[in-house]
Design a protein around this ligand. Structure first.
Ligand SMILES: Cc1cc2nc3c(=O)[nH]c(=O)nc-3n(C[C@H](O)[C@H](O)[C@H](O)COP(=O)(O)O)c2cc1C
Length: 340
C-alpha cells in the first residue's frame, strides 16, 4: 500500500482510533507504507497531518502498529519534512523553510483557510540543515519505538529532500548546493543517519525523478538520480520506491518517461514501482524483472481488501476525491469489503 496523506490527525498531530481502523482494514497489503508523518513541528506543511516527534504522537502510533501486526501486516512510517510546500497560516505564523528563498510559482497551497499563493520560504542556515538531518534520525528512532517495521524517507513530489536535489529549488553555495554531489548530500546524510539509528534493511526511500510538481525542475535528472542511486547503493537499505511520471512531461524532454527502466536498473536494492498500476499492468511490470514490488495508492484507499479482489478478479470500489483529505470516517473507513 503506497503512502497516502489523509489529514485526519488532531491539532497536536496525534492519530486517533479511526486511523487504527483504517490501517488495520488494509493489513492484508503485505506492506503498508504510512501516510507522510512530520518529523518535527517545523516539518509540517498542511493542517491535520500527523507527527512523530512528541511522546503523545508516538503513543498514538503504537495503537496503529500493534493492531496492524496483530492482523498479520507490516507497516513502515513515511517520514516527512515539507520544506517550502507549506504556509505560515498553518505554522503559527512562521514562514516555511527551504534550501533557498525561492517560492513555488504557478500553484497554490491548500491551507486551513482555503487555497493561498505560496510564500517565499526562508533559506536554511547550514547549521540548521545539520539539525534537520538529526531530526530525521530521531524520527526514525521514534518510529521504531512506535512499533513501525521500518521507515521510508519521502524524497519525492517536491518536499524538502526533493527541494535540495534540484536546480530550481536549490541555489545554495555551501556544501549542500551547486554540484550534483552537493545537492545529493542532504538526502545521503539523512539516509546514512537513519541506517545508523535503526539498522540494516529497515530504511527505504521514495523518489520521483520525473515529476515536476511543486516547481521541481532540473536540467539533468538522469545524471542527478544516477549519482544519488550510486550513493544509496553503498547503504544497506530495505528498498527503493520509484514513482512513475504522473503529470504531462512532454515539454521536459530531459525527463525520462520510463522511470523504472531508466533508474530501477541502476540499483542493487529491491525496487518498488508505483504510479498508476492496475492488477494487470502491475503484473506486467513485475514480469519485466526490474521491480520486485508494486505499491497501490488510490486503489488501496478505496478497497481495503485489494489483494483479495485482485485474487478473485472482483470489481473494485472507486476512490472518492472529495473525502481524500480531512473529515471523519466517510471516505476513510467506510469503503466496503467484498460482499458487504
Ligand atoms: C490521497 C492521497 C494522498 C497521498 N499522500 C502521499 C504521501 O503522503 N506520501 C507520498 O509519498 N505519496 C502520497 N501520495 C501518492 C501515492 O503514494 C502514489 O504515489 C500515487 O497515488 C500514485 O499511485 P497510484 O496510482 O497507485 O494511486 C498520495 C496519493 C493520494 C491519492
Amino acid at each position: 500500500m503506497a503512502p497516502m496523506t489523509r489529514s485526519r490527525a488532531d491539532h497536536n498531530g496525534n492519530v486517533n482510533d479511526l486511523t487504527v481502523t483504517y490501517y488495520t482494514q488494509r493489513a492484508s497489503a503485505g506492506l503498508i507504507i504510512s501516510e507522510a508523518i512530520n518529523i518535527s513541528e517545523q516539518a509540517l506543511g498542511s493542517p491535520f497531518t500527523p507527527g512523530i516527534y512528541t511522546a503523545e504522537q508516538i503513543d498514538a502510533w503504537k495503537k496503529v502498529t500493534k493492531a496492524v501486526h496483530e492482523t498479520g501486516g507490516l507497516i513502515y512510517a513515511q517520514l516527512w519534512h515539507t520544506g517550502r510546500v507549506g504556509h505560515s497560516i498553518d505554522k503559527n505564523g512562521v514562514l516555511p523553510v527551504a534550501p533557498s528563498a525561492i517560492a513555488i510559482q504557478g500553484q497554490q497551497h491548500f491551507t486551513s483557510q482555503g487555497p493561498k499563493q505560496y510564500e517565499t520560504p526562508r533559506a536554511l542556515e547550514t547549521a540548521e540543515i545539520k539539525q534537520i538531518v538529526q531530526d530525521y534520525k530521531q524520527a526514525a528512532a521514534n518510529a521504531i519505538e512506535a512499533g513501525f517495521d521500518g521507515v521510508e524517507l519521502h524524497a519525492a513530489f517536491g518536499y524538502l529532500p526533493n527541494q535540495f536535489l534540484v536546480e530550481s529549488a536549490n541555489h545554495r553555495s555551501d556544501e549542500y548546493g551547486g554540484s550534483i554531489e552537493n545537492r545529493c548530500r542532504f538526502v545521503s546524510e539523512i539516509m546514512q543517519e537513519m541506517v545508523d539509528a535503526i539498522g540494516e534493511n529497515k530504511v527505504a526511500i521514495k523518489l520521483s525523478p520525473s515529476i515536476p510538481f511543486n516547481a521541481i525542475i532540473d536540467s539533468n535528472p538522469t545524471a542527478l538520480y544516477t549519482h544519488l542511486i550510486a550513493q544509496l547503493d553503498k547503504m544497506p537499505l530495505a528498498y527503493i520506491h520509484l514513482m512513475n511520471p504522473m503529470f504531462p512531461i512532454d515539454n521536459l524532454p530531459q525527463y525520462p518517461k520510463d522511470v523504472i527502466g531508466t533508474f530501477g536498473t541502476l540499483t542493487r536494492h529491491l525496487v518498488m514501482a508505483n504510479g498508476g498500476y492496475s492488477k494487470n499492468t502491475g503484473e506486467q511490470e513485475l514480469e519485466k524483472g526490474i521491480a520486485k514490488m508494486i505499491s497501490f495508492g488510490a486503489l488501496f484507499l478505496a478497497n481495503p481488501d485489494l489483494p483479495k479482489r485482485f485474487e478473485l478478479n472482483s470489481a473494485l470500489n472507486h476512490p472518492d476525491r472529495a473525502t481524500m483529505y480531512g473529515g471523519g470516517e466517510k471516505g476513510y473507513t467506510d469503503y466496503p469489503f467484498l460482499g458487504e
